[in-house]
Design a protein. Structure first.
Length: 60
């Protein structure tokens, strides 16, 4: 298991990159899409915590 800690700005940038990839890369399968969606949900949760000022970094 690898744990990565990112700042709020890094989380937002990572979310944009993943969404861009997901919207513009059509040659991956359903299993990969599920993994990407799971990662996006974790990132969004971290962004929510940042917006509520509960954390300055988020690890996942």
């Amino acid at each position: 298991m690898i744990i990565v800690f990112l700042t709020c700005d890094e989380l937002k940038l990572l979310k944009e990159i993943i969404e861009y990839y997901r919207n513009n890369h059509t040659s991956y399968d359903q299993e990969e899409d599920c993994l990407v969606m799971s990662l996006l949900k974790k990132i969004e949760h971290g962004i929510e915590l940042c917006n509520e000022r509960k954390v300055e970094q988020y690890g996942f």
